[in-house]
Design a protein around this ligand. Sequence first.
Ligand code: PMT
Length: 395
Amino acid sequence: MIKDSHIVLGITGSIAAYKGADLASKLTQGGAIVDVVMTKAACELIRPMTFKALTNRPIHTDMWDVAHEGISHIELAKAADAVLIAPASADFIAKLAYGLADDILSATVLATRSPIVIAPAMNVNMYENSITQENIQKLKDRGFIFIEPAEGHLACGDVGRGKLADVEDIIGEMHKIIGRSGPMAGKKVVVTAGGTREPIDSVRFISNLSSGKMGYAIAEAARDQGANVVLVTSSQIKCPAGIEPVHVQTALEMRDAVHKACKDADAIIMAAAVADYHLETPFKNKIKKKSATLDLNLVRTPDIIAEVKGDLVKIGFAAESEDINKNAKAKLKKKGLDLIVANDVTQDAWGFGSEYNKVTLIDPEGNVNEYPVMTKRKVADLILDWLTSSPKWVK
Ligand code: PMT
């Protein structure tokens, strides 16, 4: 959704202004049209030429530029799908809180009707100062969206909250904000990811090779189309911005989290590799190697997706190494799914742990669509294309 969207990126006088270059570059690479607007203080810290080279667009630094034909802050304000100010200094936040418009960036903010996103970056004392906090609250009350700064070592040597949020997190938020008018807006989607970990004793567990990448790609794609996404995950990968994570370890924990999240969901997409067996009562302490063999009495885990009831769309995966379509069709029927995504897990180049997957989409009407190897993000987009045009979703 960020592709072809128009983002005004405001850079203000914070030492994190250099990170604005990374943001400008990544948003441009994502297909957005990025118009950079810089305050005078920002131009002291980083040159406009850097942004011009990265965005291939003119850079706006002066409201009184006679060379410009129209009224640039009004044009920018109207064209913007969103205005992002990153980094936003304490001074600039104060200016916005009082509605000042004496430079091209503050004038653009005052003139726009698009969402305004602020990512503050400043010294910890400046950030925690009650004046700054009051200004932030004032803006939040007016509908400005804030991306909280992170804690860490600050340029001044202090340690505390004030670091510009992670660039990837800011981009994730922008995807979510731009996607709010997408085809999945107003819908709730539950996605599962990762291999569950079933404890054997206090230090050992049974698991599998699932990294969580497939599920995360689906969660991101759904967020980008405007869905409210709950990601039930046993993976160690950091949850992308704009997605609600529910961290679990075992199949039973995943089952509880899925059932809770599905109560008011429109779809469940289970990409997680759930253990089929677990120890009913894991050993309390580390097992001692006393005998030559060890018998573990494993019992079946509940079939999570089969148990999900209600009017939501149910999409499962089938990780198969032989008779792929035949086995996937049997699972589709047994689990009462609306779609099964069969993956061939016989090759290292795709499937478990890889950035790629090779899938076949099979529905209960007998439609079988086989696709070549593609990135997991492309597979995610395919699944969501199917979902958003399915009769149960459209209803
Ligand atoms: O995580 P990655 O490294 O990116 O790898 C992606 C993947 C290969 C793990 C993924 O694409 C995939 O195939 N996930 C499903 C793997 C699996 O467990 O398949 P299954 O055939 O055992 O289960 C079928 C379906 O039932 C799955 O949707 C599974 O989540 C679900 N299930 C399984 C067992 C169980 N007790 N409850 C379930 O709900």
